[in-house]
Design a protein around this ligand. Structure first.
Ligand SMILES: [Mg+2]
Length: 248
């Protein structure tokens, strides 16, 4: 462990760090209070909008305004709107993300198109799988909100995530190149730093997953602290992300 000057901005993972199984972890509210509004919650959620998540968190007594929440699904839609104006997009995602995409002026198509953008689509079915696989085969760019295959549900149940749907598409297309927006890639980290007006070198990522939170932080040049270490010794020291990954 190395000592550094105090960080002035924090990126905080959600699942496994602030909440678990739909309930807040005991240290979550004090943690957010202690960070004095210098934080952004950074989650690979590929289904909801920040406003929805903010409401859910408030019901758990965690107060995080929508503008302090960066989510993989909404970030992916933002990125396509910004970087690919005029693209015809097959968006496999929740109704709320589809509505958001239309509001940003994205043309949504049900087959073909220039881009297949994959979120956590609970209506995913055979027809959508066929349409997405054929669009990718015909040259559409494949962009995924996150690569996570599952997350743990209540009583240890397996809950399918966006990466599971990705694997269904890849089973049809064979290995093809695709772009990941969520952790461990960096687009959400850049968005969060911009929201905070912070530099990577003055920022800490707090999370429970070394492979996504830790590796993403490393790529963005941000130090990483595992939530267990933070709870044991709040804010007092932080290892470099390389050290965490080497030991993790
Ligand atoms: Mg987590």
């Amino acid at each position: 462990m190395q000592r550094h000057r105090p960080s002035n901005a924090y990126l905080i993972d959600l699942d496994g760090t602030l909440i678990r199984g739909g309930a807040p972890l005991p240290f979550a509210a004090p943690l957010l209070d202690s960070l004095n509004e210098r934080f952004v919650v950074l989650s690979n959620d590929a289904e909801h909008m920040p406003e929805q998540l903010s409401r859910s968190l408030r019901a758990m007594n965690l107060h995080v305004p929508p503008e302090r929440i960066v989510l993989a699904g909404a970030t992916a839609v933002d990125l396509v709107a910004r970087e690919m104006p005029g693209a015809r997009v097959m968006l496999l995602a929740s109704t709320v993300l589809r509505t958001y995409a239309r509001r940003l002026g994205i043309e949504l198509v049900e087959s073909g198109g220039d881009v297949v953008l994959l979120g956590r689509d609970r209506q995913f079915n055979f027809t959508r799988l066929a349409a997405a696989a054929n669009a990718v085969r015909d040259g559409a760019e494949l962009i995924i909100a996150n690569p996570d295959r599952t997350h743990p549900g209540k009583d240890g149940a397996v809950v399918p995530e966006t990466g599971a749907l990705l694997n269904a598409i890849l089973a049809c297309t064979g290995e093809v190149a695709y772009r990941i927006i969520g952790k461990p890639e960096t687009p959400m980290f850049w968005k969060a730093l911009a929201l905070l007006g912070a530099q990577a070198t003055d920022t800490v990522m707090i999370g429970d997953n070394v492979e996504t939170d830790g590796r993403g932080a490393l790529r963005a040049g941000i130090a990483f602290v595992h939530i267990d270490d933070w709870v044991a010794q709040p804010g007092s020291s932080k290892p470099t992300t390389e050290q965490v990954l080497a030991g993790g």
